[in-house]
Ligand binder design. Structure first.
Ligand code: ZN
Length: 322
């Protein structure tokens, strides 16, 4: 069984584009049991991954709440039309089935006064990334920069603090991927749940703003949390280049091994970013997962590998959702 921290299949379907990485029949065949399915409202300005490093991209446009709420409703309808079940609790995950955690990547669809949060919970929302890589009413994400640390701007707003508390109350998972470092420490101080980075890597191996410093990794470990390793080549490679060709599966293993060494085997999972990023050509997409597991399996026994593929995610979800 494989549980995954992030995919953007819904965005591609909403845009009328075919999936690049996450064919659901293929997913079932390789034991992909689902995970976080992002509802992501794109900025108006087209986003293109930088091809070469160094780079320092400006902030993509902010999206006003009304517009974000309208588009998120459409994205939610797209998700509901997929042949997957929605995760209301951890027990919904089952071998041979694909189970989707409804995840907001960027909290713009939530009203500043949180008046529609309960409604979203009732529709199945179980996870919120406070920000994508832009600013909103709650927090500020990291702009895409390389090489650069994640300390790029201010921490949570008052509304952001209230949102974290409300998520704790409703037992909605709060995701810190894309959040800047001050926001990260604010969440770490406020939350009573394990700290979760659904799709981020080790900054010491790839100094992108999107990756986590050793201090952040230690805080995640100490909270009982998890990092889902992101397969985006520009967050894997030491040189930050967005080159699928010539980037091997071993780059993913490099981050997994480092995180396991730093945090311990209980705090590392997968966070593919399928259909949202350029992944190593050797992996290709979901059909490459068996090869990835074979490659990293050279270093771990079956029990350790099971933690990385699904048990750690299930433990953290259970601790967060109750
Ligand atoms: Zn993302």
């Amino acid at each position: 069984m494989i549980i995954d921290g992030h995919n953007d299949l819904v965005l591609r379907m909403w845009r009328g584009e075919p999936s690049k990485h996450l064919d659901l029949d293929e997913a079932r065949r390789v034991g992909f049991a689902g995970g976080f399915f992002a509802l992501y409202v794109p900025s108006h300005s087209a986003f293109a991954e930088p091809e070469g490093a160094p780079y320092a991209l400006p902030f993509p446009d902010s999206v006003p709440h009304e517009e974000a709420a309208r588009i998120a409703d459409e994205l939610y309808d797209v998700l509901c039309a997929l042949p997957v079940r929605r995760a209301m609790s951890v027990d919904d995950f089952e071998e041979g089935e694909i189970t989707a955690i409804v995840h907001l990547e960027g909290a713009e669809p939530i009203a500043d006064d949180l008046s529609n949060l309960q409604e979203w919970y009732d529709r199945g929302l179980r996870s919120i990334g406070l920000v994508w890589s832009r600013a909103n009413a709650f927090a500020e994400g990291v702009p895409f920069r390389f090489p650069h640390g994640p300390d790029t701007g201010p921490g949570l707003t008052d509304a952001g603090r209230e949102l974290v508390a409300a998520c704790n109350g409703l037992r909605i998972l709060v995701d810190v991927s894309h959040l800047n470092e001050r926001g990260f420490w604010d969440v770490a101080e406020l939350t009573d749940a394990p700290i979760v980075a659904t799709h981020s890597n080790a900054h010491v191996l790839c100094p992108s703003t999107r990756n986590l410093t050793d201090r952040q990794l230690d805080a995640i470990r100490d909270s009982g949390g998890i990092v889902g390793v992101n397969f985006a080549v520009s967050f894997l490679r030491e040189d930050g280049a967005s080159a699928a060709a010539g980037t091997g599966i071993d780059e993913i293993g490099r981050h997994i091994h480092y995180l396991v060494d730093r945090m311990g085997i209980d705090h590392v999972g997968l966070g593919s970013d399928f259909d949202g990023a350029t992944v190593p050509e050797e992996l290709g997409g979901v059909s490459g997962l068996p090869l990835l597991l074979e490659t990293i399996g050279e270093r771990y026994d079956a029990a350790a590998l099971a933690k990385i593929t699904h048990e750690n995610w299930l433990r953290v979800l259970r601790a967060t959702w109750g």
